[in-house]
Design a protein around this ligand. Structure first.
Ligand code: ADP
Ligand code: ASP
Ligand code: MG
Length: 440
């Protein structure tokens, strides 16, 4: 029997009318049994996401002891959703209890999770489905990672006898017994966790675009849709900024080889994008599958004669970063040079200075230089390894657009080429690469 798990994102939950669309999507296919929802997102550009208001609520609680004013916005938004849906549901009692718990728990994760909690309560009512609280079935271990075995078991147990169920996305229960959220956009991960627990035929991820596009539609007007992506390509693109799907969503489904289907709530008839494990993946024939970019990196450039012959050089540099608990993104290297690429946010509050001093003390470099405000742009595709001249085309396109290359890293997977450019060149660079490989 086919079982589909459907995750609906923020814009699909934005108001009562869209929620009614969601209802008809679910009811149009009897295999769509289990639903995971985000908090209501933006209804129009300039609107504020419920999750962002909840972070404001938490600030208000921290400053004033309770969250009166900010919670009023949550209250009126959910009141109008229930009104638009025309359902008989006592949302006020649920809101009263939620406000009380926010004020007593004073916990940022708990507060931020309430958008998903409330929209799942409403959606369960709309569908006449069982509401299953994520804090009862999704667990984190002592390292803060999701505990697959424990969660699988609890989800299956909670679903026993339920024909249809709705789960709130974005959170679960931490090892300390308190509500814990994933990082932003994390409802995509919750959907994947439920899909894996029920061994779904497919994990449908419903959003506001008709699939994974070859690049960010906010940068290039109507980019081409990618029909099929491999898990690996997805991971590269989403990690590098294609945030249509959270970059960690593949981990729960990967083991079970469950495909992810990106679909558009506002155009359900469109094909969308199918993300497949490599066993089922058929290459598109295109050299490049997609392009993504992310801003705000810092590159530390280190030069030292005969670096290659000095045993332990790289280890010594990396151990300085480890000492300050700083994650490293890339390490492009040459014969006498190496660079370390780090997210700038990780080097705030004086950490950059500490790291530079640590590197000087550890390896006494001939040159130590820092490049700040760097954007990384990843050009990704299985087809790149088999077509000759891909990098030449890419760099020619960048040169024609007068974009200065600050750093190059060709991944050892041969799946991507990453270039570093100034933050201010990021969007132009994506446009230039897109034009080269996709036309117009
Ligand atoms: P949801 O609320 O449904 O989770 P998100 O806002 O998280 O939706 O993700 C969808 C958005 O991702 C799109 O509206 C689009 O602006 C943005 N996006 C960025 N890169 C891409 C891409 N390569 N393909 C499609 N959408 C992208
Ligand atoms: N509501 C959360 C956020 O805004 C999680 C999600 O939408 O996936 O980040
Ligand atoms: Mg999202």
């Amino acid at each position: 029997m086919a079982v589909k798990v459907c995750k609906f994102g923020g814009t699909s939950m934005a108001d009562g009318n869209v929620m009614n669309r969601v209802k008809s999507i679910i009811e149009s296919d009897k295999d769509r049994k289990y639903v995971v929802v985000s908090a209501p997102g933006k209804r129009y550009s300039g609107d504020i996401k419920i999750t962002d208001i909840l972070y404001e609520c938490h600030k208000e609680v921290a400053e004033k002891g309770s969250c009166g004013a900010a919670f009023q916005l949550i209250r009126s938004r959910f009141n109008s959703i229930v009104r638009e849906l025309n359902i008989d549901f006592d949302i006020d009692s649920v809101l009263d209890e939620t406000e009380m718990r926010i004020n007593t728990e004073k916990d940022v994760d708990f507060t931020a999770s309430r958008g998903e909690y409330l929209s799942a309560r409403v959606m369960a009512e709309v569908l006449g489905a069982k509401f299953i609280d994520a804090e009862d079935v999704i667990f984190f271990d002592e390292n803060g990672l999701y505990d697959a075995e424990k969660s699988d078991k609890a989800i299956r147990e909670a679903l026993r006898g339920a024909d249809k169920a709705v789960f709130p996305g974005f959170y679960g229960k931490g090892f300390n017994g308190k509500v814990k959220t994933f990082s932003r956009g994390g409802s995509d991960i919750s959907g994947a966790i439920v899909a894996r627990a029920v061994n779904a035929t497919v994990y449908e991820n419903w959003t506001d675009v008709s699939g994974f596009l070859a690049c960010d539609p906010r940068i290039v007007d109507s980019p081409k849709r990618i029909k099929m992506l491999s898990y690996k390509e997805l991971r590269e693109l989403s990690y590098m900024g294609a945030n249509v799907l959270h970059s960690e969503s593949i981990f729960p489904v990967r083991k079970a080889n469950i495909p992810i289907h990106i679909k558009n709530t506002f155009r359900p008839e469109d094909d969308g994008t199918l993300i497949q494990p490599s066993v089922y993946y058929t290459p598109s024939g295109n050299t490049v599958t997609g392009i993504a970019g992310k801003k705000d990196f810092t590159v530390i450039f280190i030069e030292k004669s005969l670096m290659n012959s000095q045993i332990g050089f790289v280890r010594k540099v990396l151990s300085v970063l480890e000492q300050y608990d700083i994650p490293v993104e890339h390490i492009p290297s040459g014969i006498d040079t190496m660079s370390v690429v780090i997210e700038s946010a990780a080097l705030k509050n004086g950490k950059l200075e500490l790291v530079l001093k640590g590197i000087k003390d550890a390896v006494a470099p001939d040159t130590l230089r820092v490049l700040e405000d760097i954007a990384l742009i990843a050009t990704v595709g299985h087809g790149m390894s088999s077509s000759v001249g891909t990098s030449a085309r890419l760099f020619k396109a960048m040169a024609a657009a007068e974009i200065n290359v600050k750093m190059i890293d060709q991944g050892s997977s041969e799946l991507n080429i990453i270039v570093g450019v100034n933050n201010s060149d990021c969007d132009n660079c994506i446009r230039a690469i897109y034009r080269e490989f996709f036309g117009n």
